[in-house]
Design a protein around this ligand. Sequence first.
Ligand code: SAH
Length: 296
Amino acid sequence: MSEGHPERKPRRFPLQLDRVSAAPVAGGAARLSRDGREVLRPQAPLQHAAQERLRHTTPQGVGLDSLRVRARMVERLAAEGISHPGLLHAFGQVPRHQFVDSALVNQAYEDTSLPIGLGQTISKPSVVAAMIQMLCARPGLPVFHAARPGSEARPLGACLEIGTGCGYQAALLAHLARQVVSIERLRDLHLKARAQLDQLRQSLPGWPDVRLVYGDGMVGHAPQAPYDTIIAAAGGAALPQAWLDQLAPGGRLVAPVEDARGGQQVLSIVDRLPDGSLQHSRAGAVLFVPLKSGTT
Ligand code: SAH
């Protein structure tokens, strides 16, 4: 041991207990052991990475522990019938507070829709969850039930989202799909979503990518078609033909659409059966922003 033989070089490996610090040192200040030597902190880079990761997923200066409130939101969704394990996991991963205006951060994990600028809104978590869960159900089953035999989740595969908005739903979809293409017709929202998703990708290693497109989603996105799943966050008088054309055999589309008498929106579900034919069904009443043509 070095204490008994001062002339010997101090042993650096394996580390002696008094040279290892258990707690991270704020600000990276050097910590000294009792004999005045600098304590080696082999875990420091890992601890700094973990702190940095937390810093990016926790709202600053609002006294809100986002991880805990996010976990509570996930518990609420599960209690209300969301049973897709991957979907619940995605809701636990995506920091919703980072997608809304800083003035609204305190409401980010409430079950409420919130303004995202330019007259658009981010839907409430329970609606987003119900729609994505519908997208995951097997053809012929409008609803997904984790506990029901034979109703295991459909992989979202190549997924097209119409209406990127702030990018929150796109981030959720990216955790479940092989590939996500998301279109937005408002340039400012498209650019804001791009900046937000880029920042998440840079700060959180392994964060899945989304292909964001600025354009009119009424025509879908032919270059990457067909899609296994299509989901729209804006509703019009009818489903655009392009969406149906770009739906792959075995694929499913979920979108709000005005009912025949006009006015009220309902969720429309379309399955393209393996033989190529389309099967339409409907779910409950919803209220989404209007689907508009053209770009701004
Ligand atoms: N999924 C979004 C919800 C945004 S609200 C989110 O998580 O934030 C719906 C969005 O659809 C709005 O941003 C609106 O501009 C957009 N939208 C409406 N019509 C569109 C169209 N034809 N093509 C692309 N986006 C459209």
